[in-house]
Unconditional design. Sequence first.
Length: 254
Amino acid sequence: MTPTTDATSALNALRQEHAAFLRVVAHALRTPLQSLQGFAEMLEPGLPPAQVEHYLSFIKRDTAHLAAVVDDLCLRHELERGALVLFPAAIDVGAILVELAGSFEARLPDCVVGFEYADDLPAAFADPDRLLHILGTLLLNAERCRPSARGPGWLTINARHEPVARQVVFVVDDDGPRVPAEYAAALFEPFPILPAALGRPRHGIGLGLYAAREVARQMGGDVCLSSEMGASGRQFGNAFVARVPAFAGQVGHA
């Protein structure tokens, strides 16, 4: 094969990748935009307040999904340029979970976020904004995997300390089809190709988990799919785990 042929093949592969990328992004943007337009058109003068609030909850949800798509695209661009600019600090786990739940429920009013953590849990050591993004991504991923988008959704996040690893661990469960172990690694690649049986989460473009893992790794942590769900033999439900370093200073909450 000549250099010219190699260059032509590479160019064709790049064009195909670009076309696939545009299709994925267009679909991810079109679906919530169509929903936004539909609910906005139904907001007519004279509607009962309860009906207005109901429509607004869907508008907030779709806006949150659109924002997540844009955030993932921007973050991927940052990651491709190299190391992120990080501002690590000691983070009170209880305080950041309260902040996370409040902001998530404000953006998706039909969801309720519950969380648990031990009183003696040490502070995490990470960039607060980046940690919020990672945990928000895992919650949004769980929301997208809900069996139905209609009706209230209950999401949970648990935090614990692993002293040997010197890490604070956050676990988010979802109700989606259980991901087989052989596809666990693919979930964290950009635009993963997965079996049709696993379905496709609503509004996702396949960058969120990849970006969350890369950000966590740059902070000395990681994001992965827990193998414990697979060992249980359940057909539905996955547990996504985010790890960040524990703060080596004072232990406990304010």
